[in-house]
Design a protein around this ligand. Structure first.
Ligand code: AMP
Ligand code: GLY
Length: 420
């Protein structure tokens, strides 16, 4: 028996998921909404408004969909999975309530407090003056975070009290809530788990590159590149993170009546005291998924089906030994304003050296156009991160897209370790 799958989303993460799902002998038909030109190589693009949850349920029923896989956070926080579950359709992704782990920083911090999960000290504020008094009392460096989804742009790591006060004004521009948090020092790493409400299955580590430019300079972005595994995450640190952070989180979510099923993506700071939680995402990372999918040896489809059915107890994902690395090609100007519609030429024709995952692309006749900020994710594996980087950058050198830019130092931390 094969399973028809509907994949929700249109980014590089979803192209990587589609690429991997398409290799499954258990896959029937793959549909994607809205999808992108890269995904179209593996899936039928469905003309479906993903904000119209009733329409998504109707589409799933009409096309005998056996599993819906939700990529991005926005539909999860909007509750796309709730209607599907009510209609008896298997869906991979947390409920609206459980997606608060990503959707509300205050909710997550309160859960950490209740379950004694290691994380920075914090306070929540609904009044700017009270937040400012707290910042003046605590001093800098200090971190100011807007509550709610902000596409990676709602966080200010303030070096001075003045910067923190300005960030508080920015956050309250238009109301809302802020979390003011202790500054944590260390190396950052991401840990991925699949959860079925009860069990958590370790699903790899990665390191992202959040800043726009080389040397970790410039504004924060959605992520300019990633590699997996994260060498800083030793087996001992992984075990500690699972025991001290992930499992208590799942327990805490059950206690508040919002069991978490889906991807639990923990942004960790590896401090002197051990791993501390910076934030949760309730979905796969982008571009971390591009590297995880290259490394995953097991068939993805049965794993996602087991998670959606609520039984990951027998799930033991297998991985290739080789690390993988992804370099994001973005449109000049990103993450600020940028032009749409520049032409991309000379994409590599085979996947031999590197796989080019599409993110913000659009097909216009036989031309491929850049439509978004992050446009392509050039992904390769190698016996070392350094070798994977050489392959990815060699593939990038072939791509003819003058309006695009890349960071030239993706993987620098891991490569420095390899060379030392
Ligand atoms: P977030 O959107 O919560 O991932 O925050 C974006 C980035 O801000 C993180 O990747 C960290 O680099 C930084 N950050 C967030 N919280 C803290 C913290 N408490 N201490 C130090 N850096 C932080
Ligand atoms: N690359 C960071 C994220 O997916 O949130």
């Amino acid at each position: 028996m094969t399973t028809n799958v509907l994949l929700i989303g249109s980014g590089g993460r979803e192209h990587a998921l589609a690429w991997k799902l398409a290799q499954s002998p258990a896959l029937g038909r793959l549909y994607a909404a809205p999808g992108n030109p890269g995904i179209a190589a593996h899936a039928d693009l469905a003309a479906l408004d993903i904000d119209d949850h009733a329409a998504v349920v109707a589409f799933a029923k009409a096309n005998a969909i056996g599993l819906v896989v939700v990529g991005p956070e926005a539909p999860l926080v909007a509750g796309i999975t709730d209607g599907l579950r009510q209609a008896g359709i298997l869906v991979f992704g947390p409920s609206r309530l459980a997606a608060q782990l990503e959707g509300s920083k205050g909710f997550t911090k309160d859960l950490c407090m209740r379950k004694a999960i290691p994380t920075g000290r914090y306070r929540r504020f609904t009044e700017p003056e009270a937040a400012k008094d707290y910042v003046r009392a605590e001093g800098a460096p200090i971190v100011v975070k807007a509550d709610g989804l902000a596409a990676g742009k709602g966080v200010t790591v303030a070096e001075s009290v003045e910067n923190a006060l300005a960030a508080i004004d920015d956050c309250f521009d238009g109301g809302g809530e802020v979390v003011v948090e202790e500054f944590l020092e260390g190396e950052e790493a991401s840990l991925f788990c699949l959860a079925d409400g009860m069990n958590a299955v370790f699903f790899g580590t990665a390191q992202d590159h959040k800043r726009a430019f080389d040397g970790d300079k410039g504004p924060n972005t959605g992520g300019m590149g990633a590699y997996s595994p994260a060498p800083a995450m030793t087996p001992d640190l992984i075990e500690r993170a699972m025991t001290e952070i992930i499992r208590p989180t799942l327990e805490g979510m059950r206690e508040v009546g919002a069991p978490f099923a889906g991807v639990l993506y923990a942004g960790l700071m590896l401090t002197e005291k051990g791993p501390q939680l910076i934030e949760y995402n309730a979905r796969f990372g982008d571009p971390e998924t591009q590297v995880l999918m290259l490394r995953l040896k097991s068939d993805l489809l049965p794993i996602l089906l087991d998670a959606a059915r609520g039984d990951l107890s027998a799930c033991r994902p297998e991985w290739y030994e080789d690390p993988a690395l992804c370099v994001v090609m973005a449109t000049s100007g990103y993450p600020g304003a940028y032009h749409k519609g520049s032409v991309i030429r000379a994409l590599p024709e085979t996947d031999e050296q590197a796989i080019v995952f599409h993110a913000g692309t659009r097909r216009d006749g036989d031309r491929l156009l850049a439509e978004g900020g992050r446009v392509l994710g050039v992904t390769a594996s190698g016996t070392t991160v350094g070798e994977a980087a050489v392959k990815a950058y060699a593939a990038i050198a072939e791509i003819d897209w003058p309006e695009g830019f890349v960071r030239t130092d993706i993987g620098h931390r891991a490569i420095a370790r390899e060379e030392s």
